[in-house]
Ligand binder design. Structure first.
Ligand SMILES: Cc1cc2nc3c(=O)[nH]c(=O)nc-3n(C[C@H](O)[C@H](O)[C@H](O)COP(=O)(O)OP(=O)(O)OC[C@H]3O[C@@H](n4cnc5c(N)ncnc54)[C@H](O)[C@@H]3O)c2cc1C
Length: 214
């Protein structure tokens, strides 16, 4: 964790120019990723992100911070599976420690109906290549011995679905992107080549990225 609280300016403010190709309103995860992908995937770098407060001041900076792929609909599972792949390599890509760490998710079921829903979810997830298991109560305790499976004596746990931590290597989406710095509140993304960008990457980021499954 050394370096976590170091003072380093990632978001440089620049003066507002009279003209941009694209103006994005709102520096939340959607606005920033839109600006990033305009540059990374479409070569549109003359982009401004206008934020009325501070970056991440909306829902993006105040949510539960769970990034997962085990959703319940055919539309969302592949979308979040891809999203999760991007999160895994984003620190290295941006040269910025985004504090992403891989954990499992346990959804406890206290009713038969909820267990059925989690069974359906597991089948749907597996159909899209997302690992979600249905666990018995004994298996829940193997994953997390601290769970009170009596539910306080009122609502005992009947089972759970489990979205385990990712353990295998995933393809690096970073390899196909180029030339993007950390987003700035009024930004004009650069156009450096990937080797140049990699040579700038700090040793600290390399070290921390290495510890995370990618
Ligand atoms: C309590 C809670 C928990 C959540 N937990 C999770 C979770 O665990 N996992 C998950 O994936 N999602 C979670 N979400 C959902 C997720 O946080 C949101 O879907 C996401 O942050 C939306 O991002 P956004 O960029 O669209 O909006 P925001 O992050 O809200 O960004 C909008 C930005 O626009 C700015 N803005 C607004 N109007 C203007 C203006 N006129 N001019 C300039 N700037 C403006 C705001 O200041 C703000 O910074 C949670 C949401 C909440 C509320």
């Amino acid at each position: 964790m050394s370096g976590l609280f170091r003072k380093r300016t990632f978001l440089r403010h620049s003066g507002v120019k009279p003209r941009y190709d694209v103006v994005v309103i709102g520096g939340g995860v959607n606005g920033l990723s839109l600006a990033y992908n305009l540059a990374a995937s479409h070569g549109i770098t003359n982009v401004a992100v206008f934020e009325r407060a501070y970056i991440g001041s909306g829902g993006s900076g105040r949510n539960t911070q769970v990034v997962r792929a085990n959703y319940n609909t055919p539309e969302t599972v592949p979308l979040y599976k891809r999203s999760l792949e991007i999160w895994r390599t984003l620190s290295a890509e941006l040269d910025l420690n985004i504090l992403f760490s891989t954990q499992g998710e346990l959804d406890l079921c206290h009713t038969r109906d909820s267990l059925e829903i989690e069974r359906d979810k597991s089948l749907l997830n597996r159909a899209y290549g997302v690992h979600t298991d249905v666990l018995t109560v004994d298996d829940v305790l193997k994953v997390c011995p601290l769970v009170d499976v009596t539910g306080g004596g009122e609502l005992p746990v009947l089972g759970a679905s489990y979205h385990p931590p990712f353990t295998r290597g995933a393809p690096s989406p970073g390899s196909r992107r180029s030339g993007i710095d950390a987003p700035v509140s009024v930004s004009r993304a650069g156009s450096r080549s990937r080797p140049e960008r990699l040579s700038r990457r700090s040793r600290a980021t390399r070290r921390s990225s290495r510890g995370w499954p990618a």
